[in-house]
Design a protein around this ligand. Structure first.
Ligand SMILES: Nc1ncnc2c1ncn2[C@@H]1O[C@H](COP(=O)(O)OP(=O)(O)OP(=O)(O)O)[C@@H](O)[C@H]1O
Ligand SMILES: O=C(O)[C@H](O)CO
Length: 518
C-alpha cells in the first residue's frame, strides 16, 4: 500500500458568512479540490508509475504486456526530473538482474529529497546505479554533458544478450546534452535559449534538439543496438508524443534538415546560426529505422492518467467527474475566458444564452480543446444544471502559455487561477458557487514555491477589501505576490516537491443547483 504523504499544508478554516444556509462549507469545497489535486499527483508519482508498469515473472519481466527475459543482463540509464524515483523503484523490482546503471538527474535533487523525507524516491546505499547530477536551472551544462557521455558509453558496450531499460521524464533534454561535433555545448545552449525566448513551443524546440544531438532523435537506441531497448516514459508534453518527450532519444525517425531550418527561420535565427550548426544540418543523419524492432517505448505516466485518477477521487468525494481535455494550451487569457464561460454555463439558473455557447466553441480550438470535447462537456454540465443531480468536478490539463510583460513573480497556474477568479465574479459564493484550482503537477509554478492557487467568486471583493488591485498584479505578471498577500496566502496551493511532472491540472468544482438553499 503506497504511503500517502500529505502534500498540502492544512489551510486555516475560513470563516465564511454566506447569504444562504450552506449545505457545503467553502472549506469542504477547497479541501476537496486539494484532495482531488493530490490524487492526480499521487497517480503519476515516479515510483507508482514504474511499479504499475513492470511485473516480475520469475526470470523475466512483463512491461505493458510484453515479456523480456532477465539473465543478469539488465542495464539501466535514465534522464529527467522524475528519473531518480523511477530508478529506485525499477531497482527494487529487478535489482537482482541489474549489472549497472547511470542516471542523469537535476542538480541538488538527492539532497532536496532527503530534506523532504522522500527516502522512497532515493537509491539504496548499495545501488548499482550511478547518480550524476547536473543541468542547474534546467539548462544543459558540462556536468550533464559528462553524464550523457557516460550513458552513451554504457549503451555502446551492450550486446544482443543485454536488456537496456531507459527511464525518461520531463527535463530530460537538458540532462542529456550530446551536441554533434563540431557543435559546442555553449553554441547549442545559446541556440535553444534564443528559441525559447522567441516563444518557440516545446515541440519546435525539441525538433531542433533532435537534429543537433548524438543521443536525441533515436540516437541513444542507435548506440545501444543490438541490445533490446525498453523505454519507460513519464510524459510532460501535450499528446504524449514519444519523439518529442525529452527529444525522443529512443524514438528513431528521420529529422529532416528542412523541418529544422523552417523552425529556425520562423524565429529569425537563420542569419545568426553558428557555422557548426549549419555544418551538422548540412550532413544527413544516419538513418536507422530498419532496426527499430529492437526498441520498445511505453508511456507509463501522463496528464491523462493523472486526470483519470483525479476523477476517481472526485467521485469518492461526491462529485460527478467530467474530463474536458488533457491538452489545454494557448494563451492563459483565452484559457481563463473558456473556464469562465463554462462556469457560467454550468451555474446559470436559466437556459444559457446562445452567445456563451458560440463564444466557447470559438475559444475551444484556440486553447487546444476539440469541439466534440466541448460539446460532450457542455452536455454533462447542462444535464447537471437541469436535473440537479449533484456536484460536478470538471477536470482538464495541459500547459497554457503566458506572455510575460511584467517583472513580477508568478507562474502560469497562479496567473490562470487569478484570471479565472475574476471571470467567476458575478457567480454565487461557495459553498453554492464554483471553485477553481490550477496546479503544476511538479509542485512548482514558475520560479515560486507554489504549485498554483485556488479561487472562487469572492476573489475580487476579498482583494478589494484588502486593498489589492488585481489588474495591477496581472499587468506585472505578479500573481505569486498577489496570492501571498491575499488572506495570508490561504489561496496558494503549496504541495512542495512532488518529483513528478505531467504538466498542469485544472479543476472547476460546480455545486449542484439542488444544493442551493434559496
Ligand atoms: N511571473 C510569471 N507569471 C506568469 N507566468 C510565469 C511567470 N514567470 C514564468 N512564468 C511562466 O512559467 C513557465 C515556466 O514554468 P516552470 O518554471 O514551472 O517550468 P515548466 O514549464 O513547468 O517546465 P518543466 O516542465 O521543466 O517543469 C514559463 O514558460 C513562463 O511562461
Ligand atoms: O526535457 C524536455 O525536452 C521537456 O521536458 C519535454 O519533455
Amino acid at each position: 500500500m503506497a504511503r500517502f504523504i500529505s502534500l498540502f499544508r492544512p489551510r486555516p478554516l475560513l470563516a465564511l458568512v454566506s447569504k444562504s444556509k450552506p449545505t457545503l462549507s467553502k472549506m469542504s469545497m477547497d479541501s476537496r479540490a486539494q484532495q482531488v489535486f493530490a490524487a492526480a499527483v499521487e497517480a503519476v508519482r515516479p515510483d507508482t508509475v514504474v511499479r504499475q508498469s513492470i511485473r516480475r515473472k520469475d526470470d523475466s519481466v512483463i512491461i505493458n504486456g510484453q515479456e523480456f527475459p532477465l539473465r543478469h543482463n539488465l542495464h539501466l540509464v535514465g534522464f529527467g526530473k522524475a528519473v531518480l524515483g523511477m530508478a529506485a523503484e525499477a531497482e527494487r523490482i529487478m535489482g537482482d538482474h541489474l549489472v549497472k546503471g547511470i542516471i542523469s538527474v537535476p542538480h541538488g535533487i538527492q539532497q532536496t529529497l532527503k530534506q523532504h523525507g522522500k527516502d522512497h524516491l532515493l537509491l539504496k546505499e548499495n545501488s548499482r546505479i550511478k547518480v550524476m547530477e547536473g543541468a542547474k536551472h534546467n539548462l544543459p551544462d558540462t556536468d550533464a554533458q559528462e553524464a550523457a557521455e557516460r550513458i552513451k558509453q554504457l549503451a555502446s558496450e551492450l550486446t544482443e544478450k543485454d536488456l537496456l531499460l531507459v527511464l525518461i521524464s520531463g527535463g530530460g533534454s537538458a540532462l542529456l546534452p550530446a551536441p554533434i561535433p563540431p557543435i559546442l555545448l555553449h553554441e547549442k545552449l545559446e541556440l535553444t535559449r534564443k528559441l525559447a525566448a522567441a516563444g518557440a513551443t516545446i515541440q519546435e524546440l525539441n525538433t531542433v534538439r533532435r537534429a543537433l544531438s548524438f543521443l536525441k532523435g533515436g540516437g541513444l537506441a542507435r548506440h545501444a543496438y543490438p541490445a533490446q531497448v525498453v523505454a519507460l516514459v513519464l510524459s510532460d508534453v501535450i499528446g504524449d508524443p514519444l519523439d518529442l518527450i525529452a527529444s525522443g532519444p529512443t524514438v528513431c525517425g528521420e529529422v529532416r534538415p528542412e523541418e529544422v531550418l523552417s523552425v529556425l527561420g520562423q524565429y529569425k535565427l537563420l542569419d545568426s546560426l553558428p557555422a557548426s550548426v549549419k555544418h551538422v544540418l548540412g550532413k544527413p543523419n544516419p538513418q536507422w529505422t530498419d532496426k527499430a524492432e529492437h526498441v520498445f517505448n511505453a508511456v507509463i505516466g501522463s496528464n491523462s492518467i493523472a486526470l483519470k485518477c483525479a476523477g476517481l477521487r472526485a467521485r469518492e468525494l461526491g462529485f460527478l467527474p467530467v474530463v474536458l481535455s488533457p491538452g489545454v494550451c494557448g494563451d492563459v487569457k483565452s484559457v481563463s475566458k473558456l473556464y469562465g464561460h463554462l462556469a457560467r454555463f454550468a451555474c446559470s439558473q436559466e437556459e444559457p444564452s446562445p452567445e456563451i455557447v458560440t463564444e466557447m466553441l470559438k475559444l475551444g480550438p484556440e486553447v487546444g480543446v476539440q469541439t466534440w470535447d466541448l460539446h460532450r462537456t457542455m452536455k454533462v454540465l447542462g444535464e447537471g444544471r437541469t436535473e440537479g443531480w449533484g456536484d460536478t468536478c470538471l477536470l482538464a490539463g495541459g500547459e497554457p502559455t503566458v506572455e510575460l510583460t511584467g517583472k513580477g513573480r508568478g507562474g502560469r497556474n497562479q496567473e490562470l487561477a487569478l484570471r479565472v477568479g475574476l471571470e467567476l465574479r458575478d457567480l454565487q459564493l461557495p459553498p453554492n458557487g464554483p471553485v477553481f484550482l490550477s496546479g503544476g503537477t511538479d509542485g512548482q509554478d514558475g520560479p515560486t514555491e507554489a504549485a498554483g492557487a485556488i479561487t472562487d467568486a469572492g476573489l475580487y471583493e476579498e482583494a478589494q477589501a484588502q486593498g489589492l488591485d488585481i489588474d495591477n498584479f496581472l499587468n506585472d505578471n505578479d500573481s505569486y505576490t498577489f496570492f501571498s498577500r491575499l488572506s495570508a496566502g490561504q489561496h496558494l496551493l503549496v504541495p512542495g516537491l512532488t518529483c513528478t511532472n505531467v504538466m498542469d491540472v485544472h479543476m472547476l468544482l460546480i455545486p449542484s443547483n439542488a444544493n442551493i438553499v434559496r
